[in-house]
Design a protein around this ligand. Structure first.
Ligand SMILES: Nc1ncnc2c1ncn2[C@@H]1O[C@H](COP(=O)(O)OP(=O)(O)OP(=O)(O)O)[C@@H](O)[C@H]1O
Ligand code: SF4
Ligand SMILES: [Mg+2]
Length: 368
């Protein structure tokens, strides 16, 4: 069976320059936010992307929609290479890929009514075919996301967090996209409404034949919704598999550690569950460790290869890819877990400039 791909990402990199000096504005280094990511998203599936804060999830999502210009690699959307696209062609392509943000209050202009928020995209993409049909379209959108049509005259602050996220979703759907990139769509919401919004996303996927990339730092969120999951660590994907396989047999040491932190509802299993504690802090993406980026914290780290050779993502069993030199030995138990000494990460080459403190101006330059 040949599966249809909607998104193909090959060796994608997004490096943000770190600038220093007011007059000279020298580039003193780079934040390797996304560094060599390859993945495929099939039509109609939900791909979940998980990883710690700062590992590059949002940057990857934005680069996929070409909201961030890649430093290297390419993104192919429905057979068309976006890398060289710009201007009107890119804008037209963007209608097909929309984003849902984490914090609906921050992403929805508080001065605009719901009607004006929804109509904006429709107009921008020339989909406004007259008053009557647009009004009908707005009513359909609201009903699809479970809001009354009286919402049109209201403003974002008049809604609850969950309702606001419904507006954010309606807004993304307004232009009839094929792909939704949902960046932490429920992390700003109360636990009680998270499931409602995730269920809504699932219903809408069936109804409109959508493809999703759902970004979350919480494994529980993606488990609920994703068909396949990619685990990110410091700008790279370290493991990817069908959702069930990842939970039943995580192979990468980092995924094992992440999953070991998730409590299990069964008290017997919970008692026997071994927690894998990671020593040391997450290294800075401005100075990623050599070799395997996880080697400074890996409880299975070996004397050879781990700190010198960056492992590639390779298929260990059908559909299950892992970036670890010793995945087979770890799986079979031939290599045992050991205590890791917290290893100092690379010295601070940038004179103590905090990662992420680069000015917006330097970002614009990076894009320009
Ligand atoms: N415009 C930018 N300029 C410079 N550095 C940036 C920029 N955007 C992101 N970064 C840096 O790139 C790295 C990856 O950031 P990103 O927002 O993609 O991570 P994330 O996985 O989405 O994190 P979170 O879970 O906190 O949202 C971080 O170190 C961040 O500070
Ligand atoms: S390559 Fe080495 S350091 Fe990296 S995850 Fe595998 S065992 Fe750990
Ligand atoms: Mg993010």
């Amino acid at each position: 069976m040949t599966e249809q791909l909607l998104v193909e990402v090959d060796d994608l990199a997004v490096h943000f320059p770190i600038k220093r000096g007011v007059v000279l504005d020298r580039t003193v280094g780079y934040v390797y936010a996304v560094d060599g990511v390859s993945l495929r998203v099939r039509k109609g599936e939900t791909y979940g992307l998980v990883g710690e804060s700062g590992c590059g999830k949002s940057t990857l999502g934005r680069a996929l929609l070409r909201l961030e210009k890649p430093t290297g690699g390419r993104v192919v959307f429905d057979g068309t290479d976006l890398s060289a696209m710009k201007g009107e062609r890119l804008r037209r392509m963007r209608r097909r890929m929309q984003m849902v943000f984490q914090d609906p209050l921050a992403s929805l202009d508080p001065r605009q009514s719901v009607e004006s928020l929804l109509v904006e995209g429709i107009r921008a993409h020339g989909l406004d075919k007259g008053r009557e049909s647009t009004a009908k379209r707005l009513r359909e959108l609201l009903s699809a996301v479970g809001l009354p049509s009286t919402s049109l005259r209201k403003y974002p602050h008049e809604f609850s967090g969950g309702q606001r996220q419904r507006i954010g979703i309606a807004r993304a759907l307004a232009v009839g996209p094929d792909l939704l990139v949902a960046d932490e769509p429920v992390s700003a919401l109360d636990v009680s409404v998270q499931a409602q919004v995730l269920n809504l996303l699932e219903d809408l996927q069936d109804e409109f034949g959508l493809t999703y990339l759902v970004i979350a730092h919480d494994l529980a969120v993606v488990r609920h919704i994703a068909d396949r999951i990619g685990v990110m660590y410091l700008g790279g994907i370290v493991e990817e598999s069908e959702s069930d396989d990842l939970y039943t047999e995580p192979l990468h040491p980092y995924t094992r550690a992440l999953l070991s932190a998730v409590p299990v509802p069964d008290p017997v299993v919970e008692d026997q569950r071994e927690q894998i504690l990671l020593s040391g802090d997450l290294p800075s993406p401005a100075a990623p460790p050599t070799g395997c980026r996880f080697h400074t914290r890996c409880p299975w780290k070996q004397q050879t290869r781990c700190d010198t050779e960056r492992p590639v993502l390779r298929e260990i069993s059908p559909g299950h890819r892992v970036a670890c030199h010793y995945a087979e030995e770890i799986r079979s138990g031939a290599i045992a877990k050991h205590d890791v000494e917290a290893e100092a990460v690379a010295p601070d080459d940038f004179g103590g400039i905090a990662v992420g403190s680069t000015s917006p101006a330097s970002t614009t330059e990076a894009l320009g």
